[in-house]
Design a protein around this ligand. Structure first.
Ligand code: BES
Ligand code: MN
Ligand code: ZN
Length: 511
């Protein structure tokens, strides 16, 4: 069975390989490479023998006449030459030839092209000539939609392509394997996007845990769920404290991919706040609806451990996922409360809106009990991440070597995580008047860094640990771009999966 045939993958277009055009095809997508200097023309990126020289020449001339220059993201449509079986040719600019070394250029162009194509059922793309995996991921993610909640009244008659065929010179075993891998990764990104896009009234901790159980079991994971009573009994004071203001009780989900004969274990932890009002330290109304995305870290680690199972990665991966809703009420925790985290550390809650670190601290201590070789946590943790790095660049913090390795891998997969420091002088700002730690500093400087330093207090000494802050990158509040639509983005699933594969020694060198 090819990975593309997953019976439980219902999302997205069918993506397959082709060596030729057929009468059923509607649109041909071609890449257009910008000229190196003013004296030459843009060049078509083609797959040998797919079109024949004459139609290729006709397309080139037509694009030139239309003024298409091949700059990145430029979309040009033209009627197909009569000798081709397709109706329309859609050219997408790729920028300069030298930039094609970066698969992200191809991934984005492929996404742009598919997004421009609503309404054409069957598409053949030659972008595979610049990178098969990138073209496949870009097409799949560019076609992603979340319309579960639309009725006929608002459902667009336009639909993304049902079939995308990637042109190759030969349907080799290697091409098939590369495509299957890309589609498992892209599908995992879509799983994370679906979770993030599901509104907070429909996705509350118990429901989130149940959906994780269903998906995890299908993928062959071992699933364990602790409910609110079990959490209180076992001493998960952070998860209980944050969750106690809501009638919708917290959960802790554990998903295990046990690889036979594996000699490494990777622990994953993700923040699962299904809605963050701020609690008693309530947030302003403007933009509060974005806090539906405050479980983006949890969504990413659930999707990543599922990907590890589907890809049969030879390392054990254990995801520990705390889930709670942060609400103000008469049962909510107060600023000034002191709670006892799992493992015994006491924390003074100076600000109930710094709740992510409280649930993560419990989960990190639990994850460390498994004695993993690596710990990766990810969270929509701080607004300060966006102040420092903008909305598309994850902040990467942790033990230095592992931090730099994860940031480099994140850049290679196009998620662009950037290494950040944990300056020693900030540590004392987390000291509390009454408890072991305070959950916030008494100033706003370096908020992403001090949040990571709070988490560090709960990580086993000497363990390779990385924290990825995706407050901005997990949720696109702007317009669509590349292969990213509005809403959930699925960041940092591709980073985490690539890191797990790298640890397994089967990292894919970028083509
Ligand atoms: N979930 C927020 C962080 C966030 C903000 C994510 C904007 C995505 C977009 C987090 O729980 C939070 O409220 N953080 C506070 C921390 C502060 C109280 C120290 C923040 O960033 O303001
Ligand atoms: Mn908050
Ligand atoms: Zn939050």
């Amino acid at each position: 069975m090819s990975a593309n045939d997953f019976s439980d993958r219902v999302r997205g277009p069918r993506i397959d390989l082709t060596t030729g055009l057929s009468a059923d095809d509607d649109v041909l997508v071609v890449g257009l490479i910008a000229p190196a200097d003013d004296d030459t023309d843009a060049t078509l990126l083609l797959v040998d023998d797919l079109l024949g020289d004459e139609p290729a020449e006709q397309i080139s001339l037509a694009l030139k006449a239309l003024g298409a220059g091949g700059s990145r993201g430029e979309i040009t449509r033209l009627p197909a030459p009569a000798s081709l079986p397709v109706d329309v040719v859609l050219a997408v600019g790729l920028g300069a030839a030298a930039d094609l070394d970066d698969p992200e250029v191809v991934r984005q162009a492929s996404g742009e092209a598919i997004r421009a194509l609503d309404g054409s059922p069957r598409v053949v793309s030659t972008l595979s000539a610049a990178g098969l995996a990138a073209a496949a991921e870009g097409a799949f993610l560019g076609a992603y939609r979340y319309d579960e909640l639309r009725t006929e009244k608002s459902r667009s008659s336009k639909q993304p392509p049902a079939t995308v065929l990637l042109a190759v010179a030969e349907k080799s075993k290697q091409a098939r394997a590369e495509l299957d891998h890309a589609l498992v990764v892209a599908d995992s990104v879509a799983i994370a996007r679906d979770f993030v896009n599901t509104p907070p009234n429909l996705l509350y901790p118990a429901e989130f845990a149940e959906r994780a159980r269903v998906l995890g079991s299908k993928a062959g994971l071992r699933v364990e769920i602790l409910d609110d009573v079990e959490l209180a009994k076992a001493g998960y004071g952070g998860i209980v404290g944050v969750g106690q203001g809501s009638s919708r009780k917290p959960r802790l989900v554990r998903l295990t991919h046990e690889a036979k004969g594996a000699d490494r274990t990777v622990a994953l932890v993700g923040k699962g706040i299904t809605f963050d009002t701020g609690g008693i330290s309530i947030k302003p109304a403007a933009g509060m609806e974005h806090m539906t995305s405050d479980m983006g870290g949890a969504a990413a680690v659930i999707a990543s451990v599922i990907a590890a199972a589907r890809l049969d990665v030879p390392v054990t991966v254990i995801a520990t996922v705390p889930m709670a809703e942060n609400m103000p009420s008469s049962t909510a925790q107060r600023p000034g409360d002191v709670l006892t985290q799992y493992g015994g550390t006491t924390v003074e809650v100076l600000n109930t809106d710094a709740e992510g670190r409280l649930i993560l601290a419990d989960a990190i201590v639990r994850a460390c009990e498994d004695e993993p070789d690596f710990l990766i946590d990810t969270a929509t943790l701080t607004g300060a991440q966006m102040v420092a790095l903008g909305t598309r660049t994850p902040g990467v913090l942790g033990t230095e070597d592992f931090r730099d390795r994860v940031a480099a891998i994140s850049q290679s997969v196009g998620e662009n995580g950037w290494p950040m420091p944990m300056p020693t002088e900030l540590r004392s700002d987390l000291n509390s008047r009454v408890a072991d730690l305070a959950n916030v500093t008494n100033h706003r400087w370096g908020g992403m860094l001090s949040a990571a330093m709070f988490l560090r207090e709960f990580v086993t000494e000497g363990l390779d640990w990385v924290h990825i802050d995706v407050a901005g990158p997990a949720f696109n509040t702007g317009g669509p771009w590349g292969y990213t639509g509005k809403g959930g983005t699925g960041v940092p699933v591709r980073t985490i999966v690539a890191v797990i594969e790298d640890i397994a020694g089967q990292g894919r060198p970028t083509p």
